[in-house]
Every structure is written in structure tokens, then in C-alpha cells.
Design a protein around this ligand. Structure first.
Ligand code: PHE
Length: 449
């Protein structure tokens, strides 16, 4: 079968980074920082992202490019033994299921972003009631916007990969960075911002070994880099053999981590600014009020301070965020769709609609049982499934696959790979360090509770 390929290195980096950058960076990361004591979380997150998530990302990208197929087909290709082939298939399928569940909660949050983007438009044409409806938490609004978002995702994935994805990302990411930086500059002039900045940047070292902090940071890093579910493996399968995969992976990691860091730089101080203006951020026990809705309280409060331009900025910001979420959601839906298209010869359009509809049903189930299902589903998929499946990907790349095949795959676009620092470290790193650390963190977390 003919596989689409990205037309350039920049195109690939932007598309893979666009897939990685999404709610994980702008919604998940700041929320986790706020719930886990600020700077200590930031520090642990940065360490885990570069020392554990990057090597795991490389494992997926390299295996994907080698196999030129999705994880369910790729992982079994790494071994001759029947039992291992079966295990590989099982891991791939567990990834598909995880990805579908992730998409089901992702679409809900992304729907909020989109409704927040429309709200200023509604109020600028005099529809203040509509604008209030768009910004208030209600089942009707959640249903409507989850549906809109899912249909958009299905339409793009149904249309095919490089066409759909590459075009979206190139303009959106730089625009998002610019608006974030401009907002940070403005926000830092407001009262309370400097306290927030300190909270964000100065770690409280007594907290960095807290089990719940570590496990949240691990889950966040794996979620943000889209690991453990075969998503980056598919992106690897679309990468041209001439590219230096080590560098490409490093760029994707740097862009993703940088965007999360910048988003935190805006949102954590903005929390303090909002608190200064009387918005209730913390409850009596000092815990975050409604942590999942943090950015939806804090940012509108910031925009309100800006006067007239606030509406415009609010529109631009939430629209860009919706697009960032869309480039991630299409990468989520691509995983099961690619599997069905390649493995069962179903037409792409049909596969997109069938799988997309199933995910939508799951989303709506969560919307109707929000209080108990929403947080639970996020915790199970991001804090447990993703790191544990990521561990298996590392085991497959490090133990089951032949080292020589891995090296020759890397060498295709990086002639001197065998003498590089990467090759001195990575093979034993994915063999020992990644699996062991992920395991240890789980033991530590379960023990500590
Ligand atoms: N990394 C994406 C984000 O941060 C979410 C995602 C997770 C996408 C897993 C694909 C697979 O928003």
C-alpha cells in the first residue's frame, strides 16, 4: 500500500510537534503545576521530559520508521518468536484503546476552548446571553461543542494524512507562541504577577520526592509527548529515511517542552493576578478550586483587565488553542484509523466515521457522568496506561529488537550514528534506565499512598 510521507524535515517537525503540542501543554501542564506546588513540579517535569520521555519518544520514532506501519503491525515485526509477536500485538492494541479513550476526554476540553473562542464574538454582536451560555458549564453546551469538535477531527482524518496535518500546523504554532509571549509581557505588568512568577520558578525542594508529584509529572510528560499509544510510532512511519531521526526527535521534544513551559509562565502568574482581582482560585484548604477549569477562569479574568482589546485577544487566543487541540486530536484519531485502514483494508473515510462515532459515544457518556468519570478517565489513561505502555515500547526497542537493526535504521539519515553520543547512551538507556525508572516510580507511588 502506498504510504503518505511528509514532504520536508520542517514539515515533519512541525506536524509532529503540532501533534504533541495541545491540551497537554496549555491545559494539562499549568493545571498540574498549580495542583502540585509550583516550581518543584516544573523541575521534576523538565528532568523527566528530557531524561525519560525523549528516549521513549526515540524508541517509537525509530521503530515506526523501520516498520513503516502502525504499532500493532510494527511491534510484532521486531521479533521472530511467536509469544513475543503476540505480546507486541497486545501492546499495540492496548495503545489503540488508550488513544480512543484519550480522544474521548480530549474532545470535551477542546470543545470548551472552542466555545470560549466564540463567546467574545457573540458578545461583540450584542448576544451577551449567548456569550454567557458559551462560557458557562452546562451539559447542553458540552454536548454541542464535543460534537462539533469530533466532527471536525473526523473530517480532517478522513481526508488523508499529509494534506490534512501539514497544512494546519505550519502557521498555527508560531502564532500561538507569539500570542503567549505578548500575553506574558502584558500580564507581568499587573499586580500579583511577580509572586506568581516566584511560585513558578523557585522550587520547593522538600516536595520533589513526593510520590503523587512524581507520578503526575511522569504521566504529564508521557501525555504531552503523545507516548505509549503508538501515536509517535505512526509519525515515525511517515518520516523519510533521509532525515536525521535523532535530531528530529530532539526538536519535537524541545518544542513541546518549551511550549508547556511558556504556557506555565503565563498561567501560573495569571492565577495570582486573578486572585488579586478577587477571582476565587483556591478553596479554604488552599487547594485549587475546580482544577480542570483553571485556565477557563484565570484567562478570562486576565482578558477582562485589558478592556476593549481583551475581547479580541480572547478570541484569538482561544481560537489558536482550539486549533492546537485539533492538530493533536487528529493525531489521536489517526492511530486507530491507520490500524483499521492498513490492517483490515477498510476505506479511510469509512474508518474515520465509524471509529470517530464510537469515540463520540464515549465522550458523551463522560459528559453525562462528568463528576465521576472525567477525572477518573484522565487519571487511568495518562498516569497509568501511557507510562506502562511506554515501558513496553522501550522493552521492545531495547531488549527484543536487534541492536544492529536499530542502528542501521538510524544510520539511513545519520551516517555517523554509530560514533555519536546518542548511540553511546540511548541503547542501554532504553534497555535499563527507562523501564527501571518507570517501574520504580510506580512502586514509589503505590507505596507512598
Ligand atoms: N500530546 C497531546 C497534547 O499534549 C495529547 C496526545 C496524547 C496526543 C497521546 C496523542 C497521543 O495535547
Amino acid at each position: 500500500m502506498e504510504r503518505g510521507q511528509f514532504s520536508s524535515k520542517l514539515g515533519f517537525i512541525m506536524a509532529a510537534a503540532g501533534a504533541a503540542v495541545g491540551l497537554g501543554n496549555i491545559w494539562g501542564f499549568p493545571t498540574q503545576v498549580a495542583s502540585n506546588g509550583g516550581g518543584a513540579f516544573v523541575l521534576v517535569y523538565l528532568l523527566l521530559a528530557f531524561c525519560l520521555a525523549y528516549p521513549a519518544l526515540m524508541a517509537e520514532l525509530i521503530v515506526g520508521r523501520y516498520a513503516r506501519a502502525n504499532a500493532v503491525i510494527a511491534l510484532p515485526m521486531l521479533s521472530e518468536r511467536k509469544a513475543l509477536k503476540r505480546l507486541g500485538q497486545g501492546v499495540g492494541i492496548a495503545g489503540l484503546v488508550t488513544v480512543a479513550v484519550i480522544l474521548s476526554f480530549y474532545a470535551i476540553i477542546a470543545g470548551w476552548l472552542f466555545s470560549f473562542a466564540l463567546a467574545p464574538l457573540a458578545s461583540s454582536v450584542g448576544g451577551s446571553q449567548i456569550s454567557d451560555w458559551l462560557m458557562a458549564f452546562s451539559i447542553e453546551r458540552n454536548v454541542a461543542f464535543t460534537l462539533i469538535f469530533m466532527v471536525a477531527t473526523i473530517l480532517i482524518i478522513g481526508a488523508g494524512v499529509s494534506q490534512g496535518i501539514e497544512r494546519w500546523t505550519k502557521g498555527m504554532m508560531p502564532a500561538l507562541v507569539l500570542i503567549l509571549l505578548a500575553l506574558i509581557a502584558y500580564m507581568l505588568t499587573l499586580p500579583g504577577a511577580i509572586d506568581g512568577l516566584k511560585h513558578y520558578l523557585v522550587p520547593d525542594f522538600s516536595r520533589i520526592f513526593e510520590p503523587s508529584l512524581i507520578i503526575s509529572a511522569l504521566g504529564q510528560a508521557f501525555f504531552s509527548l503523545s507516548l505509549g499509544v503508538g501515536c509517535m510510532l505512526i509519525y515515525g512511519s511517515y518520516l523519510s529515511s533521509n532525515e536525521n531521526i535523532v535530531k528530529v526527535g530532539a526538536w519535537v521534544t524541545i518544542i513541546d517542552v518549551a511550549l508547556a513551559f511558556v504556557a506555565g509562565l503565563l498561567i501560573i502568574p495569571a492565577m495570582y493576578v486573578a486572585a488579586h482581582y478577587g477571582v476565587e482560585i483556591f478553596d479554604k484548604n488552599g487547594d485549587l478550586h475546580d482544577s480542570d477549569k483553571l485556565i477557563f477562569t484565570v484567562l478570562p479574568a486576565l482578558f477582562a483587565q485589558m478592556g476593549g482589546v481583551g475581547q479580541l485577544v480572547s478570541f484569538a487566543f482561544f481560537l489558536l488553542m482550539s486549533l492546537a487541540a485539533l492538530t493533536s486530536s487528529i493525531s489521536l484519531l489517526e492511530v486507530p484509523v491507520a490500524y483499521v485502514v492498513e490492517g483490515h483494508k477498510v476505506a479511510r473515510k469509512r474508518a474515520s466515521w465509524v471509529i470517530g462515532s464510537l469515540v463520540t459515544l464515549l465522550s458523551l457518556t463522560i459528559v453525562f457522568n462528568f463528576e465521576w468519570l472525567f477525572g477518573l478517565v484522565i487519571m487511568i489513561t495518562t498516569q497509568y496506561s501511557q507510562p506502562i505502555l511506554g515501558l513496553f515500547f522501550c522493552v521492545f526497542a531495547g531488549w527484543i529488537w536487534h541492536r544492529d537493526s536499530a542502528l542501521s535504521e538510524i544510520k539511513k539519515g545519520f551516517a555517523g550514528a554509530q560514533d555519536s553520543l546518542f548511540w553511546k547512551i540511548w541503547p542501554w538507556y532504553v534497555r535499563f534506565v527507562c523501564p527501571l525508572f518507570i517501574l520504580l516510580m510506580f512502586i514509589h507511588a503505590l507505596w507512598g499512598q
